[in-house]
Design a protein around this ligand. Sequence first.
Ligand code: G6P
Length: 477
Amino acid sequence: MTQAELVVVANRLPVDRVIDADGEPTWRRSPGGLVTALEPVMRRADGAWVGWPGQSDIEVEPFEFEGTYLVPVTLSAEDVELYYEGMSNDTIWPLYHDVIAEPRYRRVWWDSYVKVNRRFAEAAAAAAAPGATVWVQDYQLQLVPKMLREARPDLIIGYFHHIPFPAYGLYSQLPWRRQMLEGLLGADVIGFQRVADAGNFARAVRRQLRYGTKATGITVPNGDGTTRNVLARAFPISIDSASYVELARRPEIRARAAEIRSDLGNPRKILLGVDRLDYTKGIRHRLKAYSELLEDGAISVEDVTLVQVASPSRERVEAYVQLRDEIELSVGRVNGDFDTMGHTAVRYLHQAFPREEMVALFLAADVMLVTALRDGMNLVAKEYVAARADNRGVLVLSEFAGAADELSSAVRINPHDIDGMKEAIMRAIEMPAAEQGRRMRALRRKVLENDVARWSESFLAALGSAGTANRAIRADA
Ligand code: G6P
C-alpha cells in the first residue's frame, strides 16, 4: 500500500457510490466545499483520504480517484446505528448544539464510537508515510488524534471541529467528557469555527484536566516529564467562492433564475431558506415568523413567496423523523390557510439539488433567511453572498451561526425573538437597492477574500509550525 505525506481522515469519503448507466456501481465526487478546498493540496502532496463510503457493509480496497488515494473504512449496519446515528448524531450533535434536542447517553453507543474511531485511526496510521501530516475532521472522530499519536508518535496531527463546541455547563453533561478532551488533545492543532468555541474548549480542558492554558496554547503533559504545546484557536471555514461567482455569471443559470421567478408567479419578493432538514436550523421559527406576517396582513402570497429547500438528512434518527413531521404539518397549515389558485405561500422542497440549481435559486431570491438556533458556520450564508455578483439581495443572518462573526453587514437576528425576526424580514423586503448594494459589497469582500483555499492554507501552515515545534521538544527529551 502506498503511503502519503498528507492524510485527511473524515467520517465520509469525498465520493458517493452511484450506479452507472450499465448498472455497475461507480464513484462520483460529492459536492462538499471541503472536498474542493483540499483537492489542490491533496494533488500536490499525493494525499490520501480515509473515510466511510456512506453505505453499510461495503468492502472496497483503497483506490485512486482524481489524484487522491481513497481509503474506504467499512461500517457494518450495527456500526452505522450505534456509532453514526447513535453516538455521533443522537448524543454529540444535540449536546454540542446547545441541547436544542435532548442528547441521549447510551453506553453501547459510546463503546461503538471508541471501536470505530480506532478503526479510522488504524487506517490513517497505515496510510501515513513516516513523519507525515494527518488532518482529522469533525465530531465523529474526536478520539482519533490521541489514538493516532499513540500508534504513530512521528506524525504531525491536526483536527478541525466543524460544529460548535458548547459552554462548559452543557459540555459537562457528557459521561465521557474527559476521554473526549484527551482524544482531541492528541492533536498539535485543534481548529474551531469561532473564537468562542476555542474558549469553551479551553475552559473544559482547565476544569476537567487541570492543564494550563494561555491565550490559544494548552500545555499537555506527555507522561514522561515533557510537555507538548497544543494550539487551539479559530480558523473559520469558507467556500470555494470563485466557483460560485463563475456559476452566477453563466447565462443559462441566470436564465434559470428568471424561469424560477416566473414559475413562482413572479411575486414581488422571494424569500429563500436552504438547509439540511435539521432542528439546529430554526426552520420552524422561520415558518412561524413568515406565517404571522401573512396573518397580520403585512404581506400577501401574491406579493411574497417563501421557498424552503430542506434536504433529507439522518432520516433514521428519531429527532429528525419528528422534525420532518412538524415542519411538514406547519407547511401544510400555512399553505392551506393562505394559498390562492395562482400563488403559494411556501414552496417546500424536501430534496437535494445540484450546485447549478442552487445558484439559480440564490439569484432568484431577494432575501436569504439563515435562522439557525446554533450552527458551526453555515456555509449557505457564504454561498448566497458569493453568488450575488450583482450586489443585490439581502442576507438575514442569525447571530447563533458562526458566519455572523465575519458577516457583520448582514441583517442580524435572534431567531428566538419572533417579533424581531418579523421586523428584520420586513426590513429586508423593503430595503432600498442602494442599501442592499452597500451591504452586499461589504459581505462579498469578506467571502471572496477569505475563501476555503485560504482556510486550508492557514490551518496547514499553523499545523506545520506547531507540529515541528512539538517534534523538536521530543527530540530534545
Ligand atoms: C455537518 C457536519 C459534517 C457532516 C454534514 C452532513 O456539516 O459538520 O461532518 O458531514 O453535516 O451530515 P451527515 O451526517 O450526512 O454526514
